[in-house]
Design a protein around this ligand. Structure first.
Ligand code: NAD
Length: 517
Protein backbone atom coordinates (compact mmCIF):
# COMPACT_ATOMS: atom_id res chain seq x y z
CA UNK A 1 0.00 0.00 0.00
CA UNK A 2 1.15 3.53 -0.67
CA UNK A 3 -0.84 6.69 -0.20
CA UNK A 4 -1.38 8.31 -3.59
CA UNK A 5 -0.50 11.95 -2.99
CA UNK A 6 1.57 14.04 -0.64
CA UNK A 7 0.98 17.39 1.03
CA UNK A 8 2.07 20.24 -1.25
CA UNK A 9 5.21 22.24 -0.52
CA UNK A 10 3.24 25.51 -0.15
CA UNK A 11 1.01 23.94 2.50
CA UNK A 12 4.04 22.55 4.30
CA UNK A 13 5.74 25.95 4.21
CA UNK A 14 2.67 27.63 5.68
CA UNK A 15 2.38 24.97 8.34
CA UNK A 16 6.04 25.44 9.29
CA UNK A 17 5.63 29.23 9.47
CA UNK A 18 2.57 28.86 11.68
CA UNK A 19 4.30 26.45 14.06
CA UNK A 20 7.40 28.65 14.27
CA UNK A 21 5.34 31.78 14.91
CA UNK A 22 3.27 30.05 17.59
CA UNK A 23 6.46 28.99 19.39
CA UNK A 24 7.81 32.53 19.12
CA UNK A 25 10.73 31.76 16.78
CA UNK A 26 12.25 34.58 14.76
CA UNK A 27 12.44 33.02 11.30
CA UNK A 28 12.95 36.39 9.59
CA UNK A 29 15.97 37.07 11.80
CA UNK A 30 17.61 33.92 10.46
CA UNK A 31 16.91 34.64 6.78
CA UNK A 32 19.91 33.92 4.56
CA UNK A 33 21.34 31.60 1.97
CA UNK A 34 23.87 29.44 3.80
CA UNK A 35 21.49 26.67 4.90
CA UNK A 36 18.40 25.42 3.11
CA UNK A 37 15.61 24.13 5.30
CA UNK A 38 14.00 21.31 3.30
CA UNK A 39 11.23 18.82 3.78
CA UNK A 40 11.71 15.17 2.87
CA UNK A 41 7.93 14.98 2.30
CA UNK A 42 8.37 16.58 -1.14
CA UNK A 43 12.12 17.08 -1.16
CA UNK A 44 11.56 20.81 -1.75
CA UNK A 45 13.35 23.78 -0.23
CA UNK A 46 11.28 25.68 2.34
CA UNK A 47 13.42 28.58 3.56
CA UNK A 48 16.95 29.90 3.16
CA UNK A 49 18.68 30.52 6.47
CA UNK A 50 21.96 32.06 7.52
CA UNK A 51 24.61 29.98 9.25
CA UNK A 52 26.41 31.12 12.36
CA UNK A 53 30.01 32.12 11.74
CA UNK A 54 32.88 30.89 13.92
CA UNK A 55 32.75 34.27 15.66
CA UNK A 56 29.03 33.76 16.32
CA UNK A 57 29.82 30.39 17.91
CA UNK A 58 32.47 32.03 20.11
CA UNK A 59 29.95 34.71 21.12
CA UNK A 60 27.36 32.07 21.97
CA UNK A 61 29.89 30.21 24.12
CA UNK A 62 30.87 33.48 25.82
CA UNK A 63 27.21 34.29 26.51
CA UNK A 64 26.68 30.82 27.96
CA UNK A 65 29.81 31.24 30.11
CA UNK A 66 28.52 34.51 31.49
CA UNK A 67 25.15 32.96 32.31
CA UNK A 68 26.93 30.04 33.95
CA UNK A 69 28.51 32.32 36.56
CA UNK A 70 25.03 33.07 37.95
CA UNK A 71 23.43 29.75 37.17
CA UNK A 72 26.00 27.56 38.94
CA UNK A 73 25.13 29.06 42.32
CA UNK A 74 21.39 29.16 41.74
CA UNK A 75 19.99 26.40 44.02
CA UNK A 76 19.30 23.26 41.99
CA UNK A 77 15.56 23.11 42.89
CA UNK A 78 15.23 26.67 41.53
CA UNK A 79 16.99 25.56 38.38
CA UNK A 80 14.36 22.85 38.24
CA UNK A 81 11.68 25.55 38.10
CA UNK A 82 13.02 26.67 34.70
CA UNK A 83 12.90 23.13 33.34
CA UNK A 84 9.39 22.70 34.75
CA UNK A 85 8.29 25.78 32.82
CA UNK A 86 9.98 24.49 29.67
CA UNK A 87 8.03 21.25 30.10
CA UNK A 88 4.78 23.23 30.31
CA UNK A 89 5.60 25.14 27.14
CA UNK A 90 6.48 21.91 25.34
CA UNK A 91 3.13 20.47 26.42
CA UNK A 92 1.34 23.58 25.14
CA UNK A 93 3.24 23.44 21.82
CA UNK A 94 3.42 19.68 21.39
CA UNK A 95 1.53 19.83 18.08
CA UNK A 96 3.68 22.69 16.77
CA UNK A 97 6.99 20.99 17.49
CA UNK A 98 5.61 17.69 16.19
CA UNK A 99 4.58 19.44 12.96
CA UNK A 100 8.13 20.69 12.50
CA UNK A 101 9.58 17.25 13.26
CA UNK A 102 7.30 15.75 10.58
CA UNK A 103 8.20 18.51 8.14
CA UNK A 104 11.97 18.27 8.59
CA UNK A 105 12.62 14.66 9.60
CA UNK A 106 9.63 13.05 7.85
CA UNK A 107 8.32 11.29 10.98
CA UNK A 108 4.73 10.07 10.98
CA UNK A 109 2.39 11.95 13.31
CA UNK A 110 2.39 9.42 16.11
CA UNK A 111 6.18 9.21 16.20
CA UNK A 112 6.60 12.99 15.97
CA UNK A 113 4.18 13.50 18.86
CA UNK A 114 5.99 10.71 20.72
CA UNK A 115 9.30 12.49 20.26
CA UNK A 116 7.89 15.66 21.82
CA UNK A 117 6.35 13.55 24.61
CA UNK A 118 9.85 12.28 25.30
CA UNK A 119 10.97 15.91 25.74
CA UNK A 120 8.15 16.53 28.21
CA UNK A 121 9.02 13.33 30.07
CA UNK A 122 12.69 14.26 30.42
CA UNK A 123 11.68 17.69 31.76
CA UNK A 124 9.60 15.91 34.44
CA UNK A 125 12.52 13.63 35.21
CA UNK A 126 14.97 16.55 35.44
CA UNK A 127 12.68 18.52 37.75
CA UNK A 128 12.71 15.57 40.17
CA UNK A 129 16.44 15.20 39.67
CA UNK A 130 16.97 18.82 40.71
CA UNK A 131 16.30 17.67 44.29
CA UNK A 132 18.30 14.47 44.00
CA UNK A 133 21.83 15.36 42.89
CA UNK A 134 23.11 13.14 45.65
CA UNK A 135 26.69 12.87 46.83
CA UNK A 136 27.82 10.09 49.14
CA UNK A 137 29.24 10.26 52.65
CA UNK A 138 31.86 7.60 53.32
CA UNK A 139 33.23 6.52 56.71
CA UNK A 140 36.63 8.13 57.24
CA UNK A 141 39.43 5.92 58.57
CA UNK A 142 40.61 8.84 60.73
CA UNK A 143 38.91 9.77 64.02
CA UNK A 144 37.19 13.16 63.99
CA UNK A 145 37.08 13.34 60.18
CA UNK A 146 34.26 13.43 57.70
CA UNK A 147 34.68 12.13 54.13
CA UNK A 148 32.14 12.98 51.46
CA UNK A 149 31.68 13.86 47.83
CA UNK A 150 29.89 16.86 46.38
CA UNK A 151 28.75 17.45 42.82
CA UNK A 152 29.21 20.79 41.12
CA UNK A 153 28.16 22.23 37.77
CA UNK A 154 30.66 21.73 34.97
CA UNK A 155 30.22 24.78 32.73
CA UNK A 156 29.08 25.19 29.13
CA UNK A 157 27.86 21.98 27.51
CA UNK A 158 28.15 21.79 23.70
CA UNK A 159 25.29 19.70 22.34
CA UNK A 160 25.58 18.41 18.75
CA UNK A 161 22.54 16.53 17.45
CA UNK A 162 21.55 14.32 14.51
CA UNK A 163 18.64 14.82 12.11
CA UNK A 164 16.67 11.75 13.11
CA UNK A 165 15.85 12.81 16.68
CA UNK A 166 16.00 16.53 16.03
CA UNK A 167 14.51 17.61 19.36
CA UNK A 168 14.43 14.75 21.89
CA UNK A 169 18.21 14.45 22.07
CA UNK A 170 18.54 18.20 22.67
CA UNK A 171 15.97 17.89 25.47
CA UNK A 172 17.71 14.88 27.06
CA UNK A 173 20.89 16.90 27.27
CA UNK A 174 19.46 20.31 28.02
CA UNK A 175 16.93 19.41 30.73
CA UNK A 176 19.55 17.43 32.65
CA UNK A 177 22.40 19.91 32.04
CA UNK A 178 20.28 22.85 33.22
CA UNK A 179 19.29 21.28 36.54
CA UNK A 180 22.94 20.28 37.01
CA UNK A 181 23.78 23.99 36.80
CA UNK A 182 25.35 23.96 33.33
CA UNK A 183 24.50 26.16 30.38
CA UNK A 184 24.08 24.88 26.83
CA UNK A 185 25.14 25.79 23.29
CA UNK A 186 23.31 23.61 20.76
CA UNK A 187 24.45 22.81 17.23
CA UNK A 188 21.51 20.99 15.64
CA UNK A 189 21.69 19.01 12.41
CA UNK A 190 21.82 21.20 9.33
CA UNK A 191 18.90 19.09 8.06
CA UNK A 192 16.60 20.21 10.89
CA UNK A 193 17.21 23.91 11.66
CA UNK A 194 13.53 24.86 11.97
CA UNK A 195 12.75 22.50 14.84
CA UNK A 196 15.86 23.87 16.57
CA UNK A 197 14.72 27.47 16.20
CA UNK A 198 11.31 26.58 17.64
CA UNK A 199 12.74 24.74 20.66
CA UNK A 200 15.26 27.47 21.29
CA UNK A 201 12.43 30.05 21.26
CA UNK A 202 10.51 28.01 23.84
CA UNK A 203 13.57 27.83 26.07
CA UNK A 204 14.02 31.61 25.74
CA UNK A 205 10.40 32.08 26.81
CA UNK A 206 10.90 29.80 29.81
CA UNK A 207 14.06 31.73 30.76
CA UNK A 208 12.21 35.06 30.56
CA UNK A 209 9.22 33.75 32.53
CA UNK A 210 11.31 32.35 35.38
CA UNK A 211 13.95 35.07 35.57
CA UNK A 212 16.81 32.71 34.74
CA UNK A 213 19.92 34.33 33.22
CA UNK A 214 19.62 35.15 29.52
CA UNK A 215 22.16 33.34 27.38
CA UNK A 216 21.81 30.15 29.35
CA UNK A 217 20.66 28.16 26.32
CA UNK A 218 21.84 29.12 22.84
CA UNK A 219 21.51 27.69 19.38
CA UNK A 220 24.05 27.95 16.55
CA UNK A 221 23.09 26.90 13.04
CA UNK A 222 25.49 25.40 10.55
CA UNK A 223 27.16 22.25 9.29
CA UNK A 224 30.14 20.24 10.55
CA UNK A 225 32.46 23.27 10.67
CA UNK A 226 30.09 25.03 13.10
CA UNK A 227 30.16 21.91 15.27
CA UNK A 228 33.95 21.79 15.06
CA UNK A 229 34.22 25.29 16.51
CA UNK A 230 32.26 24.11 19.53
CA UNK A 231 34.29 20.89 19.75
CA UNK A 232 37.57 22.84 19.82
CA UNK A 233 36.49 25.50 22.31
CA UNK A 234 38.47 25.42 25.55
CA UNK A 235 35.47 27.03 27.21
CA UNK A 236 33.25 23.99 26.58
CA UNK A 237 34.21 21.36 29.17
CA UNK A 238 31.68 18.81 27.89
CA UNK A 239 30.70 18.01 24.31
CA UNK A 240 27.69 15.73 23.97
CA UNK A 241 27.66 14.62 20.34
CA UNK A 242 25.02 12.45 18.70
CA UNK A 243 25.41 11.23 15.14
CA UNK A 244 27.31 8.79 12.97
CA UNK A 245 30.37 6.88 14.10
CA UNK A 246 32.23 8.81 11.39
CA UNK A 247 31.36 12.05 13.18
CA UNK A 248 32.36 10.59 16.57
CA UNK A 249 35.70 9.47 15.16
CA UNK A 250 36.40 13.09 14.17
CA UNK A 251 35.06 14.66 17.38
CA UNK A 252 36.48 12.34 20.08
CA UNK A 253 40.23 12.95 19.51
CA UNK A 254 39.72 16.72 19.20
CA UNK A 255 37.90 16.91 22.52
CA UNK A 256 40.45 14.58 24.14
CA UNK A 257 43.36 16.66 22.81
CA UNK A 258 42.23 19.59 24.94
CA UNK A 259 41.31 17.29 27.88
CA UNK A 260 37.59 18.01 27.44
CA UNK A 261 34.94 15.46 28.26
CA UNK A 262 32.81 13.85 25.53
CA UNK A 263 29.51 11.99 25.69
CA UNK A 264 29.28 10.15 22.36
CA UNK A 265 26.03 8.67 21.06
CA UNK A 266 26.91 7.15 17.70
CA UNK A 267 25.74 4.59 15.17
CA UNK A 268 24.10 1.28 15.96
CA UNK A 269 23.68 -2.03 14.14
CA UNK A 270 21.06 -3.59 16.31
CA UNK A 271 20.01 -7.22 16.31
CA UNK A 272 17.31 -9.37 17.84
CA UNK A 273 17.54 -13.10 18.37
CA UNK A 274 14.39 -15.17 17.77
CA UNK A 275 14.80 -18.49 19.58
CA UNK A 276 12.89 -21.71 18.96
CA UNK A 277 10.72 -21.03 22.03
CA UNK A 278 9.71 -17.50 20.93
CA UNK A 279 6.12 -16.30 20.76
CA UNK A 280 6.14 -15.65 17.01
CA UNK A 281 3.15 -13.29 16.95
CA UNK A 282 4.91 -11.06 19.44
CA UNK A 283 8.32 -11.37 17.76
CA UNK A 284 6.99 -10.54 14.28
CA UNK A 285 4.89 -7.58 15.47
CA UNK A 286 7.79 -6.15 17.44
CA UNK A 287 10.26 -6.71 14.60
CA UNK A 288 8.06 -4.95 12.04
CA UNK A 289 7.96 -1.76 14.11
CA UNK A 290 11.61 -1.93 15.16
CA UNK A 291 12.86 -2.47 11.60
CA UNK A 292 10.54 -0.26 9.57
CA UNK A 293 9.41 2.45 12.03
CA UNK A 294 10.83 5.92 11.31
CA UNK A 295 11.64 4.44 7.86
CA UNK A 296 14.59 2.64 9.45
CA UNK A 297 16.14 5.94 10.53
CA UNK A 298 16.50 5.36 14.26
CA UNK A 299 19.87 4.72 15.86
CA UNK A 300 18.12 1.76 17.54
CA UNK A 301 16.43 0.46 14.36
CA UNK A 302 16.45 -3.33 14.10
CA UNK A 303 18.91 -4.10 11.30
CA UNK A 304 19.64 -7.81 11.92
CA UNK A 305 17.25 -10.59 12.87
CA UNK A 306 18.99 -13.76 14.04
CA UNK A 307 16.44 -16.55 13.80
CA UNK A 308 16.68 -20.19 14.88
CA UNK A 309 17.05 -22.17 11.64
CA UNK A 310 13.84 -24.18 12.25
CA UNK A 311 11.81 -20.96 12.31
CA UNK A 312 13.52 -18.95 9.61
CA UNK A 313 11.03 -19.75 6.82
CA UNK A 314 7.85 -18.99 8.78
CA UNK A 315 9.38 -15.86 10.32
CA UNK A 316 10.52 -14.50 6.94
CA UNK A 317 7.15 -15.38 5.36
CA UNK A 318 5.25 -13.55 8.08
CA UNK A 319 7.54 -10.54 7.96
CA UNK A 320 7.29 -10.38 4.18
CA UNK A 321 3.51 -10.49 4.38
CA UNK A 322 3.47 -7.71 6.98
CA UNK A 323 5.91 -5.58 4.98
CA UNK A 324 3.70 -5.78 1.87
CA UNK A 325 0.81 -4.25 3.84
CA UNK A 326 2.81 -1.37 5.35
CA UNK A 327 1.33 2.00 4.32
CA UNK A 328 4.23 4.02 2.90
CA UNK A 329 3.61 7.68 2.18
CA UNK A 330 2.97 11.20 3.38
CA UNK A 331 3.75 11.26 7.10
CA UNK A 332 1.00 13.86 7.65
CA UNK A 333 -1.67 11.49 6.37
CA UNK A 334 -3.55 9.40 8.92
CA UNK A 335 -2.74 5.73 8.52
CA UNK A 336 0.75 6.17 7.10
CA UNK A 337 3.28 4.06 8.99
CA UNK A 338 6.41 4.62 6.90
CA UNK A 339 7.36 8.14 5.87
CA UNK A 340 10.15 9.25 3.54
CA UNK A 341 13.89 8.79 3.77
CA UNK A 342 15.58 12.03 4.70
CA UNK A 343 17.18 12.62 1.28
CA UNK A 344 18.49 11.11 -1.93
CA UNK A 345 21.83 10.15 -0.35
CA UNK A 346 19.99 7.91 2.12
CA UNK A 347 18.15 6.22 -0.76
CA UNK A 348 21.39 5.73 -2.71
CA UNK A 349 23.02 4.11 0.35
CA UNK A 350 20.01 1.82 0.77
CA UNK A 351 20.23 0.69 -2.87
CA UNK A 352 24.00 0.13 -2.58
CA UNK A 353 23.46 -1.98 0.53
CA UNK A 354 20.87 -4.14 -1.21
CA UNK A 355 23.20 -4.59 -4.21
CA UNK A 356 26.12 -5.56 -1.99
CA UNK A 357 23.95 -7.93 0.04
CA UNK A 358 22.74 -9.60 -3.16
CA UNK A 359 26.32 -9.91 -4.41
CA UNK A 360 27.15 -11.67 -1.11
CA UNK A 361 24.46 -14.29 -1.80
CA UNK A 362 21.54 -12.55 -0.06
CA UNK A 363 17.97 -12.74 -1.34
CA UNK A 364 15.78 -9.65 -1.18
CA UNK A 365 12.45 -11.03 0.06
CA UNK A 366 10.55 -7.75 0.17
CA UNK A 367 10.91 -4.06 -0.47
CA UNK A 368 13.71 -1.78 -1.57
CA UNK A 369 11.69 -0.19 -4.37
CA UNK A 370 10.95 3.49 -4.54
CA UNK A 371 7.34 4.64 -4.06
CA UNK A 372 5.45 7.82 -4.97
CA UNK A 373 8.14 8.92 -7.42
CA UNK A 374 5.46 10.49 -9.64
CA UNK A 375 3.58 12.30 -6.87
CA UNK A 376 6.77 13.54 -5.22
CA UNK A 377 9.71 13.27 -7.63
CA UNK A 378 12.08 15.10 -5.27
CA UNK A 379 11.26 12.86 -2.30
CA UNK A 380 12.50 9.37 -1.48
CA UNK A 381 9.80 7.02 -0.26
CA UNK A 382 10.78 3.35 -0.13
CA UNK A 383 9.19 0.09 0.84
CA UNK A 384 11.26 -1.30 3.74
CA UNK A 385 13.40 -4.26 2.70
CA UNK A 386 14.01 -7.74 4.09
CA UNK A 387 17.08 -9.61 2.91
CA UNK A 388 17.78 -13.21 3.78
CA UNK A 389 21.56 -13.51 4.19
CA UNK A 390 23.65 -16.70 4.13
CA UNK A 391 26.25 -15.13 6.44
CA UNK A 392 27.08 -11.95 8.35
CA UNK A 393 29.21 -10.38 5.61
CA UNK A 394 30.86 -6.94 5.66
CA UNK A 395 27.76 -5.12 4.44
CA UNK A 396 25.68 -6.58 7.29
CA UNK A 397 28.26 -5.45 9.81
CA UNK A 398 27.91 -1.80 8.70
CA UNK A 399 25.10 0.57 9.69
CA UNK A 400 22.98 1.57 6.69
CA UNK A 401 20.67 4.33 7.87
CA UNK A 402 17.62 3.10 5.97
CA UNK A 403 15.05 0.30 6.40
CA UNK A 404 17.03 -2.82 5.48
CA UNK A 405 16.51 -5.86 7.71
CA UNK A 406 19.08 -8.65 7.27
CA UNK A 407 17.80 -12.05 8.37
CA UNK A 408 20.44 -14.54 9.52
CA UNK A 409 20.00 -18.02 10.97
CA UNK A 410 21.67 -19.94 13.80
CA UNK A 411 21.65 -23.49 15.10
CA UNK A 412 22.75 -23.30 18.73
CA UNK A 413 22.37 -20.51 21.25
CA UNK A 414 26.08 -19.69 21.62
CA UNK A 415 26.22 -19.14 17.87
CA UNK A 416 23.30 -16.70 18.14
CA UNK A 417 25.10 -14.63 20.80
CA UNK A 418 28.35 -14.73 18.81
CA UNK A 419 26.54 -13.44 15.70
CA UNK A 420 24.73 -10.81 17.74
CA UNK A 421 27.98 -9.41 19.11
CA UNK A 422 30.10 -9.76 15.99
CA UNK A 423 29.63 -6.18 14.75
CA UNK A 424 31.65 -3.05 15.57
CA UNK A 425 28.65 -1.23 17.06
CA UNK A 426 27.04 -1.92 20.47
CA UNK A 427 23.87 0.11 20.92
CA UNK A 428 20.79 -2.08 21.30
CA UNK A 429 19.92 -5.78 21.27
CA UNK A 430 16.91 -7.96 21.95
CA UNK A 431 15.86 -11.55 22.38
CA UNK A 432 12.48 -13.15 21.78
CA UNK A 433 12.12 -16.24 23.92
CA UNK A 434 9.82 -17.88 26.44
CA UNK A 435 12.72 -19.83 27.93
CA UNK A 436 13.95 -18.07 31.06
CA UNK A 437 17.42 -19.52 30.89
CA UNK A 438 17.88 -18.20 27.34
CA UNK A 439 16.69 -14.76 28.46
CA UNK A 440 19.06 -14.76 31.42
CA UNK A 441 22.00 -15.92 29.31
CA UNK A 442 21.33 -13.09 26.88
CA UNK A 443 21.36 -10.57 29.74
CA UNK A 444 24.43 -12.08 31.45
CA UNK A 445 28.02 -10.77 31.36
CA UNK A 446 28.88 -13.10 28.46
CA UNK A 447 25.58 -12.36 26.66
CA UNK A 448 24.68 -9.36 24.52
CA UNK A 449 27.39 -6.69 24.58
CA UNK A 450 25.19 -3.62 24.03
CA UNK A 451 24.20 -0.65 26.17
CA UNK A 452 20.50 -1.49 25.81
CA UNK A 453 19.47 -5.15 26.05
CA UNK A 454 15.81 -6.18 25.91
CA UNK A 455 13.75 -9.33 26.38
CA UNK A 456 10.62 -9.79 24.25
CA UNK A 457 10.88 -6.20 23.05
CA UNK A 458 12.37 -4.86 19.83
CA UNK A 459 15.57 -2.85 19.79
CA UNK A 460 13.99 0.61 19.49
CA UNK A 461 11.70 2.73 21.65
CA UNK A 462 13.63 3.29 24.88
CA UNK A 463 12.08 5.08 27.86
CA UNK A 464 13.74 8.17 29.33
CA UNK A 465 14.02 6.70 32.86
CA UNK A 466 16.98 4.51 31.93
CA UNK A 467 20.43 5.62 30.82
CA UNK A 468 20.58 5.65 27.02
CA UNK A 469 23.67 4.80 24.97
CA UNK A 470 25.87 2.03 23.69
CA UNK A 471 29.29 0.42 23.66
CA UNK A 472 32.10 -0.10 21.14
CA UNK A 473 31.76 2.16 18.08
CA UNK A 474 28.49 3.52 19.46
CA UNK A 475 30.79 5.62 21.64
CA UNK A 476 30.18 4.58 25.28
CA UNK A 477 28.18 7.68 26.23
CA UNK A 478 25.07 7.68 28.41
CA UNK A 479 22.32 10.30 28.33
CA UNK A 480 18.83 10.78 29.71
CA UNK A 481 17.79 8.94 32.89
CA UNK A 482 19.29 6.89 35.73
CA UNK A 483 22.62 8.41 36.82
CA UNK A 484 23.58 9.80 33.38
CA UNK A 485 23.50 13.25 35.06
CA UNK A 486 26.92 12.57 36.56
CA UNK A 487 28.56 13.22 33.18
CA UNK A 488 27.22 16.78 33.35
CA UNK A 489 28.81 17.58 36.72
CA UNK A 490 32.23 17.53 38.33
CA UNK A 491 32.80 15.57 41.50
CA UNK A 492 34.78 16.89 44.46
CA UNK A 493 35.88 14.56 47.25
CA UNK A 494 35.96 16.49 50.53
CA UNK A 495 37.59 15.55 53.81
CA UNK A 496 36.79 17.67 56.88
CA UNK A 497 38.94 17.39 60.01
CA UNK A 498 37.08 18.39 63.17
CA UNK A 499 39.41 16.54 65.57
CA UNK A 500 41.78 19.44 66.25
CA UNK A 501 44.75 17.18 65.52
CA UNK A 502 46.68 16.25 62.41
CA UNK A 503 46.02 12.62 61.51
CA UNK A 504 47.40 11.17 58.31
CA UNK A 505 45.69 8.52 56.24
CA UNK A 506 47.09 5.01 55.94
CA UNK A 507 48.63 5.41 59.43
CA UNK A 508 51.53 7.50 58.09
CA UNK A 509 53.56 8.92 60.97
CA UNK A 510 55.16 12.30 60.23
CA UNK A 511 55.62 13.51 63.81
CA UNK A 512 58.66 15.70 64.19
CA UNK A 513 60.91 15.71 67.33
CA UNK A 514 59.35 17.75 70.16
CA UNK A 515 62.19 20.40 70.26
CA UNK A 516 61.75 20.95 66.51
CA UNK A 517 58.44 22.79 66.98
P1 NAD B 1 25.87 12.94 11.17
O1 NAD B 1 27.04 12.29 11.82
O2 NAD B 1 25.94 13.19 9.71
O3 NAD B 1 25.61 14.39 11.87
C1 NAD B 1 25.30 14.50 13.23
C2 NAD B 1 25.66 15.89 13.71
O4 NAD B 1 27.08 16.01 13.78
C3 NAD B 1 25.19 17.02 12.81
O5 NAD B 1 24.76 18.10 13.61
C4 NAD B 1 26.44 17.38 12.04
O6 NAD B 1 26.46 18.70 11.53
C5 NAD B 1 27.50 17.19 13.10
N1 NAD B 1 28.86 16.92 12.63
C6 NAD B 1 29.23 16.14 11.60
N2 NAD B 1 30.57 16.09 11.51
C7 NAD B 1 31.05 16.85 12.53
C8 NAD B 1 32.37 17.19 12.97
N3 NAD B 1 33.46 16.74 12.35
N4 NAD B 1 32.50 18.00 14.05
C9 NAD B 1 31.40 18.45 14.71
N5 NAD B 1 30.13 18.17 14.32
C10 NAD B 1 29.96 17.37 13.24
O7 NAD B 1 24.59 12.07 11.54
P2 NAD B 1 23.09 12.16 10.98
O8 NAD B 1 23.06 11.66 9.57
O9 NAD B 1 22.51 13.48 11.29
O10 NAD B 1 22.35 11.10 11.94
C11 NAD B 1 22.35 9.72 11.73
C12 NAD B 1 23.42 9.03 12.54
O11 NAD B 1 23.30 9.39 13.92
C13 NAD B 1 23.28 7.52 12.51
O12 NAD B 1 24.56 6.94 12.45
C14 NAD B 1 22.59 7.20 13.83
O13 NAD B 1 22.80 5.88 14.29
C15 NAD B 1 23.24 8.21 14.72
N6 NAD B 1 22.43 8.48 15.91
C16 NAD B 1 22.85 7.95 17.10
C17 NAD B 1 22.07 8.12 18.24
C18 NAD B 1 22.49 7.52 19.56
O14 NAD B 1 21.92 7.93 20.58
N7 NAD B 1 23.43 6.60 19.61
C19 NAD B 1 20.89 8.88 18.17
C20 NAD B 1 20.51 9.42 16.94
C21 NAD B 1 21.30 9.20 15.82
Amino acid sequence: MATAAVTGTDDIRTRAQTALARCGADLAGYKGDAITARTPITGAALFGLRADTPQDVDRAVEGARTAFRTWRTTPAPLRGALVKHLGHLLTEHQQDIADLVTIEAGKIRSEALGEVQEMIDICDFAVGLSRQLYGRTMPSERPGHRLMETWHPLGVVGVITAFNFPVAVWAWNTAVALVCGDTVVWKPSELTPLTALACSALLDRAIAATGAPAGLGQVVLGAADTGERLVDSHHVPLVSATGSTRMGRAVAPRVAARFGRAVLELGGNNAAVVTSSADLDLAVDAAVFAASGTAGQRCTTLRRLIVHEDLADPVVDRLTHAYRQLPVGDPFQAGTLVGPLVNEAAYTRMRETLDRATADGGTVRAGGERRLAEAAPGAYYVRPAIVRMPAQTAVVREETFAPVLHVLTYRDFDEAIALHNDVPQGLSGGIFTTDQSEAERFLAADGADCGIVNVNIGTSGAEIGGAFGGEKETGGGRESGSDAWRSYMRRATNTVNYSGRVALAQGVDFSRPADDR
